[in-house]
Write a protein that binds this ligand. Structure first.
Ligand code: GLC
Length: 395
């Protein structure tokens, strides 16, 4: 059976339906709920062979949208199985934080492959509301950089990019990190999840991947709004995509790359991670800059590139751990972002290499969550649905 057929099968096997809401679990063992950016990846993969299921996947995300527009990063459709080490997010079957806003991109890709005006119309208002929430509530000082209030909102839960804002040491253990994140959720409960207060007092990071992903998604939202003839929505989306892009350049760009920043003074967090590549996904580097990033970090096996893909954290960092959760291993979704970015800049050979390593990892591990960059050993959840993103890496 081809790997593509196996990926399609995995998406079907991990599909769940609860009272008419259809979604796909990231993995039946460790992740038996619905997650925001995972569902977007699933929808992108599904758009290649099952557009109806892709629509359902996005529809169910909006079913639990908050009044203010936030889409929760997790939905507990069925009773939550608490685990002693699980961060406790829950609030009425949905989590209290969000995740990288990939929904507009997924919806537009789906529409490009299988046009369905009525579906786009149906999700347009909730979609717009989500992006309005991010722009209005996550940037209280009008700096045009959007903030996350918890490391998990980045999708890279334990990344050392957040150590300084978390007060964590570079050798913090997985469990201690979990404990600290639980404490952060409790603190944010005390400020009632009021974004401005929680950011000021507890955790305030303007993360590069989150903002890059937002820019790309605002562009997609702009296309959707324009297609549907919603002039105001189109203006909102294109204007804010530009404002964030300009401000990332002004405040986050230094030494040829973009750095995440924390606190109200935008202090740069100078940790080398795969985030150096992600600006290519939204066309933030000039071609000459992208070439330098490729030379410095892609063509260099001592930093981000390993035999088994692009490391999440550079080998040169003190926090680098070849088996550490988001502290070194190769993760599949970042490979997909890097692949898309490299291709759009015309780095064809490099993009092919990323794709080939991803195929190799998925094939030899049968869809595991992440990989040791030094040995290729597969780790984490089994039957991990992100692997199906390879369906979106065809020419
Ligand atoms: C882990 C990952 C996160 C993902 C979730 C479900 O928490 O860090 O990015 O969304 O698992 O797959």
């Amino acid at each position: 059976m081809s790997l593509e057929t196996k990926a399609e099968e995995l998406l079907r096997k991990n599909r769940r339906v609860h009272r008419g809401h259809q979604y796909t679990v990231p993995s039946p063992d460790i992740y038996p709920y619905q997650w925001l950016w995972d569902s977007c990846f699933h929808a992108i993969a599904l758009s290649h062979f099952d557009p109806k299921a892709a629509q359902e996947e996005l529809r169910s995300l909006f079913a639990m949208q908050y009044e203010d527009g936030m889409v929760p990063h997790m939905i507990f459709w069925k009773k939550m199985i608490t685990r002693p080490y699980f961060v406790v997010w829950e609030n009425k079957r949905r989590s209290v934080i969000t995740q990288p806003p990939m929904i507009a991109y997924a919806a537009w890709e789906l529409h490009r492959r299988h046009p369905d005006n009525s579906f786009l119309e149906e999700i347009y208002e909730p979609l717009l509301k989500f992006y309005q929430y991010l722009i209005e509530r996550r940037d209280p000082r009008d700096h045009h950089l959007i903030s996350i209030i918890n490391p998990d909102e980045s999708g890279e839960d334990n990344s050392p990019r957040f150590d300084i804002a978390m007060g964590a040491s570079s050798d913090i253990s997985f469990f201690k990190h979990m404990y600290e994140r639980n404490k952060l959720v409790e603190k944010n409960r005390t400020c009632d999840f009021n974004e401005e207060l929680c950011m000021r007092d507890n955790f305030w990071v303007k993360d590069v991947p989150f903002n890059v992903i937002l820019i790309r998604n605002l562009q997609a939202l702009g296309h959707i709004a324009s297609f549907l003839g919603h002039k105001q929505g189109e203006h909102f989306a294109t204007q804010h995509a530009k404002l964030i892009r300009d401000n990332m350049r002004d405040r986050l760009f230094e030494d040829g790359v973009y750095w995440s920043a924390w606190g109200q003074n935008h202090e740069k967090i100078k940790i080398d991670t795969w985030a150096h590549f992600v600006p290519m996904f939204a066309d933030l580097y000039t071609h000459a800059e992208a070439k330098k990033v490729v030379e410095k970090y892609f063509n260099n096996f001592n930093t981000l590139r390993s035999e088994f893909g692009i490391r999440s954290v550079s080998k040169t960092e003190e926090s680098y751990r070849s088996k550490g959760f988001w502290r070194g291993p190769v993760w599949l979704a970042p490979q997909w972002f890097i692949y898309k970015g490299l291709r759009s800049y015309g780095f064809k050979e490099e993009a092919e290499w990323v794709k080939d390593t991803m195929y190799h990892n998925v094939e030899s591990s049968n869809f595991r969550e992440y990989f040791n960059p030094e040995t290729g050993e597969a780790m984490g959840a089994r039957q991990f649905t992100w692997g199906a993103l390879l369906l979106d890496m065809k020419d």
